[in-house]
Design a protein around this ligand. Structure first.
Ligand SMILES: NC(=O)c1ccc[n+]([C@@H]2O[C@H](COP(=O)([O-])OP(=O)(O)OC[C@H]3O[C@@H](n4cnc5c(N)ncnc54)[C@H](O)[C@@H]3O)[C@@H](O)[C@H]2O)c1
Length: 339
């Protein structure tokens, strides 16, 4: 029997691959087109919930297969929001990348950096198609790892931005973000002391928090604004979420599943903690349908649009495929003999 060598990629190895936003966006757009075409296999995330340190803790299993790309595998990813108190990342985990012809595992890699790339890419892909023409103002709430990835991809994909307003409950996170962004963004970067001064009247509102606070109020969400959030609808008040003219998700089954489990969830102090405050609004489109061109994102400069991508395993596997082949070409990582 032949031996099986598995490629191992640490987080530093994945970072060293230097995957550029334009390449990542193009690969994720293709995965979204496959989603629209139905040439994939994916299931709503199942998981376990060790809630000792935070009621929202999760570890999710996310298998995926993209038929056209020829990529399959599994992400096993944890989100533990209190980890910063132990100087550990919130999101950690492993991505397994399998061979579609034999099923054998070809690679095991860190999934945290790839998750940042894919989540920011999806947000930027839908933002580019949904913001008003000439969008100038970005409000970014939540300046952690995902926030910094989002800033990089949004600045890359929406070149009309002239002002970035940052907000975080941790002032040090905001200040560090401002330092980092000044090298890649030439416009104004403003640190905001409260949610209103950040969010009110922004053209593009991006939330990358842990979802503990309903931040977006309806009176701050102006006509023509676009909002994208990665904490389900948890950063929106029910009124702000339900006044949107269009509500976009990444996957209908995933959104419905998270709506269902959110209905039973409670906060640390025993309050209801729904995934979509006020219930899940009627879905206008998936991001894949908009990327494939079967539905337009924006029909007028007056529309308020909200997109809430829950996070799709098919986008992770598309980037794992890219990372694996780039690592082979560049001879990054090490192998171990599995069989
Ligand atoms: N939808 C998706 O596809 C997807 C993908 C990855 C991560 N996530 C989620 O995104 C969230 C952020 O992940 P991360 O890795 O950036 O975590 P992180 O801990 O690095 O960053 C979160 C940041 O939000 C800030 N924050 C928390 N509450 C806030 C509030 N009320 N107002 C302003 N700022 C606030 C924190 O201080 C922190 O800086 C997690 O909840 C994670 O589960 C979603």
């Amino acid at each position: 029997m032949k031996s099986i060598e598995v490629l191992l990629l640490s987080r530093n190895d994945v970072v060293e691959l230097g995957l550029a936003p334009s390449k990542v966006v193009s690969v994720v757009e293709d995965a979204l087109r496959e989603h629209a075409a139905g040439t994939y296999e994916m299931h709503p995330k199942i998981g376990v919930h060790p809630t000792g340190t935070d009621p929202a803790n999760f570890i999710h299993a996310m298998p995926a297969y993209l038929r056209r790309l020829g990529a399959c595998g599994l992400k096993w990813v944890a989100g533990f929001a209190q980890n910063y108190q132990r100087d550990l990342p919130n999101v950690t985990g492993l991505q397994v990348y399998n061979d579609t012809a034999t099923g054998i595992p070809l690679a095991v890699m860190d999934c945290s950096y790839l998750t940042g790339l894919r989540t920011a890419a999806v947000s930027a892909i839908i933002a580019r198609r949904s913001v008003v023409s000439g969008a100038r103002t970005l409000a970014l709430v939540g300046c952690g790892f995902e926030g910094s990835m989002h800033l990089r991809f949004l600045v890359d994909q929406i070149p009309t931005l002239k002002q970035i307003r940052l907000r975080d409950i941790r002032p040090t996170a905001m200040a560090a973000m401002k330092d980092r962004v000044s090298s890649e963004f030439q416009g104004d970067v403003i640190l905001c002391e409260d949610n209103e001064s950040c969010v009110k009247d922004a053209d593009l509102i991006t939330t990358c928090t842990n979802g503990d606070e309903q931040i977006i109020r309806p009176e701050w969400f102006k006509q023509g604004a676009f909002g994208v959030g990665i904490e389900g609808g948890c950063a929106y008040t029910a009124e702000a979420l339900h006044q949107a003219d269009k509500f976009i998700v990444d996957d209908v089954a995933l959104a419905e599943y998270f709506d269902k489990i959110g209905r039973a969830r409670l906060t640390a102090d025993g309050q209801p903690d729904p995934e979509f405050p006020g219930g899940m609004p009627p879905i206008y489109a998936t991001i894949g349908e908009i990327v494939a061109g079967t539905k337009p994102a924006r029909d007028s400069d007056q529309e308020r649009i909200v997109a809430l991508p829950i996070g799709m395993a098919i986008c992770d596997i598309a980037l794992a495929h890219l990372a694996y082949h780039t690592a082979l070409t560049r001879k990054v990582g090490q192998t171990f003999r599995l069989v």
